[in-house]
Design a protein around this ligand. Structure first.
Ligand SMILES: Cc1cc2nc3c(=O)[nH]c(=O)nc-3n(C[C@H](O)[C@H](O)[C@H](O)COP(=O)(O)O)c2cc1C
Length: 378
């Protein structure tokens, strides 16, 4: 199958059997899926990151910043009592397989060194197989490496309240991410086929004693989604848009039965989803805080997401690619560079805090402008 300029190969069956993994137990199959996600995220990285969805966001330069590097405060305020040291963080990726233990260990050590928040990959495998010490450790290593940092637990939107609490407790997490991923599940060979999530999300928000972020995994959200989540009591929403890691491509490569490659460009890009969120929240008296993820690969992208209203920004694929292709020292240098560059850029814009970016002037161009016009946004 040809997607854009790449030929998409379907996954090799794990055991050479055309009925992939037919003899294997559920934990082994879930572990293989985790491996597949890492493998295919890497394989398609160049393809999915050849263009930037943030290109159509143009900050307006001010010749008179009236600020200095020393005046910049890098904290990000998500809600009362929840503050991050930095406005970007390591977004949810992995856990559950032996290779993910090492990845989580390296990411969490960097998170601790640079005071970045870090989200765990989905812990559903660990709460389902709670007697499996190896699986559990591939997640708990995140807290071991970063005992005092901000850690986000992660479960799917169908997860019962009891298991959601287990996930939080497992990591002594400060926050719980609940991911919504209908497009991924639909393409995933072994995925869910029904998506009645809102009521359960409301129960999770009520039933856990940490703040909850509801997060898309890369297809964005609409204005209506933001309104419905807000009505369900959600106070933190990550619009997680298209533009980076693409789970249609990843799951399609794992699907030996059906071809969903025409959904490759499905969903709202991260800037589009942020505009949807701005439109939804501007009329609310007590709006939820909006976060962003999807296609962020530079400090300027973080700034642009802030200009479109994000209070914090998650980065997954870009950091993973640096780690897997160049090693942990290169990722260490990258994070150091991002932090210093971000402060300088905020100074250039005359913004003393990340939240001030949302007040800066910005011009939309190209497809994003067209999208905003047709959706009556801004
Ligand atoms: C290998 C990999 C595995 C992922 N697994 C999860 C997951 O378990 N839970 C989740 O909420 N998001 C998961 N994501 C999605 C990311 O958190 C993020 O929302 C998405 O990749 C878009 O951001 P990016 O473009 O910076 O990669 C995963 C991403 C990658 C690259």
């Amino acid at each position: 199958m040809i997607i854009g300029d790449i030929v998409q190969e379907k996954a090799e069956p794990v055991d050479g059997n055309s009925q992939r993994g037919i003899h294997e137990d559920p934990a082994t199959l879930q572990q293989q899926r985790k491996r597949d996600h890492l493998t295919f995220a890497q394989r398609y990285y160049d393809h999915t990151h050849q263009d930037s969805v943030f290109r159509d966001v143009r900050p307006i330069h001010t010749a008179l910043p009236e600020s200095s590097v020393a005046a910049v405060d890098t904290h990000a305020d998500l809600m009362q009592g929840l503050q991050l040291e930095w406005p970007f963080y390591i977004e949810a990726m992995t856990g559950g397989s032996p290779e993910s233990l090492r990845i989580n260990e390296q990411l969490a050590a960097l998170a601790a060194k640079y005071q970045l928040a870090m989200a765990s990959g989905s812990q559903s495998i660990a709460v389902k197989h709670s007697d499996n010490a190896d699986i559990r450790r591939s997640f708990t290593v995140i807290r071991e490496q970063n005992p005092d940092g901000i850690v986000f637990a992660n479960v799917g939107a169908h997860t019962g309240v009891g298991r959601a609490r287990m996930a939080v407790e497992m990591l002594q997490a400060n926050v719980l991410e609940v991911h919504v991923n209908a497009a991924q599940e639909i393409v995933m060979p072994e995925g869910d086929r029904g998506f009645y999530w809102l009521e359960n999300i409301a129960s999770i928000v009520q039933g856990v004693d940490v703040p909850v972020i509801v997060k898309e995994v890369g297809f964005g959200m609409s204005r209506r989604d933001i309104e419905r989540l807000s009505e369900a009591g959600v106070r933190l929403i990550n619009v997680g848009g298209r533009g980076g890691t693409n789970f249609v491509l990843i799951e399609n490569a794992r699907n030996e039965d059906l071809d969903f490659s025409e959904l490759e460009t499905w969903g709202q890009s991260t800037p589009e989803a942020l505009l949807e969120a701005q439109a939804a929240t501007q009329k609310m008296t007590n709006p939820p805080a909006i976060l962003a993820t999807g296609g962020v690969r530079s400090p300027l992208d973080v700034i642009k997401a802030g200009m479109l209203g994000a209070c914090a920004v998650g980065v997954a694929g870009y950091f993973l690619n640096v780690l897997l292709s160049q090693g942990s020292n290169a990722l260490d240098e990258t994070v150091d560079c991002w932090q210093r560059t971000l402060v300088r850029m905020m100074t250039l814009l005359g913004c003393k805090s990340f939240s001030e970016l949302s007040q800066c002037d910005v011009v939309l161009t190209g497809n994003l402008l067209e999208y905003a016009k047709q959706r009556h946004l801004r």
